[in-house]
Design a protein around this ligand. Structure first.
Ligand SMILES: [Zn+2]
Length: 671
């Protein structure tokens, strides 16, 4: 415990020092990634050991610093910072939280997170009255004289607003080329664009500020409702009409996958932009819903910042493998000289598509830059020209499927190539791999290697054949497949168990485009049975929040196809469950009521064990904890358990929790 306490104190001290360097001196001694990493560590430790959490911890403050050099200005509305996410899982969680809170339709606005200095500009009588830096979020520094030198910020807004006070927020930044120019003329150089921008804006001599050619993108109007603006996209339009400069790459998005694609696109464009960005901001578009979605003690819950990956490394590209995926899409994998990245050794990475390879002029034997998005596969995103490369070999565009050798097909407007052979072996095997995966039918113990063996030995030909595998035990054991008796039995148990999966897994298993497990969950909750979903009309589908026109059409087309009729036959013959299971259906209304308004923030995102009896069905409690509170519900009490939910007659788990000093919650906190 003493060790933990020391670790927390060290992190606090370190972060405070970096905060001071960053905000007060415009001269950080470490990269943002190092800072973020330390901050995440401290957050994790404080969550695990709340007894060491103190009010003055860097995690509890909005962050920032007000200098004595400038007049102070109190902000009309606090300038909150945003919570961070780092991967697809984080994004899904953010969208799910919003989905759980809202009953009306919604979408998102996504924009690059400019790596500059946040400012608030206030107009009175249509005229720029003053401008302030963010400071500590409550009080900022008066930088009006310097803001007046920035031509991207208009001095007047439309006359129509002469009776109102209008606050507009945005980011002041310096272009990469101006940054270079400025640094060339300085003895004590700025470390990066942001520091140069901050140093220039917070200069006491506005003549110097004027020479620096600062730019600004505006993106937020705190009291937009007063201007009759209902959505963030209307705010962006309003800003444009009033001659503010807004980022040209702001877009409107509907689903998690749309947003993730945008993140990928911007990540690959990042280097070619004229200004530094350090992430992507995702905002709920419907401003009138902000209060419903609410706030944590520190952040709004209706917006979040995706931060770019921590580490980028470069290594030599040794070769390119062509693969075909379950949808027939051709993918490209880089074979790399092994290199350490985010704590693991990497020797392969995704190369997106062929257009990407040619547009970046990537050749074999080049050095390439790679990063990890989330925690799965790393990506190549550019050539590293700082390394001289010899013997460059161009990688030729494939013409035939690497598995079945049929000619590849391309479609207008789509960059990818496809193998359209319906009996392409690799496609089928990859589809079975998808079917058994944790997010889909969740069948344990069946790896791609096992699928490959079973398929190549003519034991299975499709995912549906898995359910008849139990009849082939003798054959499987007699072949030298390194599948032993116990292993085989475990596989069968797992396969049989999957027959009782709730409907969303089956929907996901259909592999309809754009329908991952999260969308499938919402569909399953809505339709309750496979047949209701199967017979839904285009308009009925569009009524569901996260389903857009494209996805609705995909679904309708799928159920009109012959393939779907064969699948339906399989489902019935095998006896797969076709209903949305929420155990204790009699409590369903109560569940819905609870899921509309999860109130107890302290129970979010925890690892929980349940013991004893409650007034409500245990399975339903598990659903509430998992779906509403995003908790991980496990069976055994360990040191990693955040709390034990104890009903009447707790038994051995209760003893264990006491022994390990795990927090015990003995009330039904959700109801
Ligand atoms: Zn093929």
């Amino acid at each position: 415990m003493e060790k933990i306490k020391k670790q927390i104190n060290d992190l606090k001290e370190q972060l405070n020092k970096w905060n001071f360097e960053y905000y007060a001196q415009n001269n950080p001694s470490v990269d943002d990634a190092v800072y973020d990493n330390a901050m995440q560590q401290l957050i994790a430790l404080e969550n695990q050991y709340p007894q060491f959490k103190s009010w003055d911890s860097p995690t509890q403050r909005v962050g920032g610093f007000v200098s004595d050099k400038f007049q102070k200005i109190k902000h009309f509305n606090p300038m909150l910072s945003l919570d961070n996410i780092f991967d697809y899982q984080g994004l899904t969680k953010f969208v799910n939280t919003i989905n759980d809170e809202l009953t009306t339709s919604y979408d998102f606005v996504v924009e690059p997170k400019i790596d500059g200095l946040s400012i608030s500009v206030v107009y009175e009588n249509c005229k720029l009255k003053y401008a302030a830096t963010r400071g500590d979020g409550i009080t900022g520094e008066d930088v009006t004289a310097n803001i007046l030198t920035i031509k991207d910020i208009p001095l007047f807004i439309n006359e129509a607003y002469k009776d109102q006070i209008v606050e507009v927020r945005g980011e002041v930044y310096l272009s990469k080329s101006d940054f270079k120019k400025i640094n060339e003329g300085l003895d004590k150089k700025f470390a990066n664009c942001r520091n140069a921008a901050a140093g220039s804006l917070r200069n006491l001599d506005s003549k110097i500020t004027a020479e620096r050619n600062l730019r600004a993108f505006m993106y937020y109007i705190p009291e937009s409702k007063k201007l009759g603006l209902d959505t963030q996209s209307q705010c962006i339009e309003w800003l444009k009409q009033n001659k503010f400069v807004v980022s040209p790459i702001i877009e409107q998005k509907q689903s998690v996958d749309d947003i993730w694609n945008y993140i990928q696109t911007i990540t690959s464009k990042r280097e070619s932009l004229e200004y530094d960005i350090d992430g992507i901001v995702i905002k709920l578009n419907q401003i009138n819903q902000y209060d419903n979605v609410g706030y944590t003690s520190k952040f709004p819950k209706w917006a979040i910042a995706y931060k770019f990956p921590a580490q980028i490394v470069s290594t030599k590209l040794l070769g390119v493998f062509v693969n075909v995926g379950r949808t027939g899409k051709i993918t490209y994998t880089a074979e790399l000289e092994p290199v350490a990245l985010d704590g693991s050794i990497i020797s392969a990475a995704s190369l997106h598509n062929y257009d990407f390879i040619t547009s970046k002029n990537i050749k074999i034997n080049n050095y390439v830059k790679i990063y990890k998005a989330g925690d799965v596969i790393p990506y190549v995103f550019d050539v590293d020209n700082s390394h001289p490369s010899n013997h460059l070999i161009e990688f030729k565009k494939p013409t035939h499927c690497p598995s079945c050798h049929s000619a590849l097909v391309s479609y207008e407007g789509v960059v990818d190539l496809f193998c359209e052979n319906p009996v392409c072996k690799e496609k089928i095997k990859r589809n079975i791999e998808y079917f058994v995966s944790r997010d889909v039918m969740n069948i344990d113990g069946i790896s791609y290697a096992i699928i490959d063996k079973l398929y190549e030995n003519n034991i299975i030909h499709s995912e549906w054949d898995l359910y008849y595998l139990k009849d082939y035990k003798d054959k499987v054991l007699s072949l030298d497949l390194k599948i032993k008796d116990k292993m085989f039995n475990n596989m069968i148990t797992s396969i049989e168990k999957s027959k009782h999966n709730s409907l969303e897994r089956l929907i996901c298993a259909l592999a309809i485009k754009n329908i991952g497990i999260n969308t499938a969950k919402i569909i399953a909750k809505h339709f309750k049975t496979y047949e209701q979903f199967m017979n839904a009309t285009y308009d009925e589908l569009l009524n569901i929040n996260i389903i857009g026109e494209k996805t609705a059409k995909e679904i309708v087309d799928f159920f009109a196809s012959d393939a779907s009729k064969i699948i339906y036959q399989h489902i019935n013959e095998i006896g797969l469950n076709k209903e949305y299971i929420i155990a204790g259906i009699d409590n369903y209304e109560h569940y819905l009521e609870i899921s509309q308004k999860p109130e107890n923030e302290q129970y979010f995102n925890k690892t929980v064990v349940i013991t004893g009896t409650f007034s409500m069905n245990r399975n339903l409690i598990k659903h509430i904890l998992e779906d509403v509170y995003h908790c991980k519900v496990t069976n055994a009490v360990t040191k990693k358990t955040d709390f034990l939910l104890a009903g009447v007659d707790g038994g051995s788990k209760l003893d264990k929790a006491k022994e390990l000093q795990v927090k015990i919650v003995d009330k039904e906190f959700w109801s």
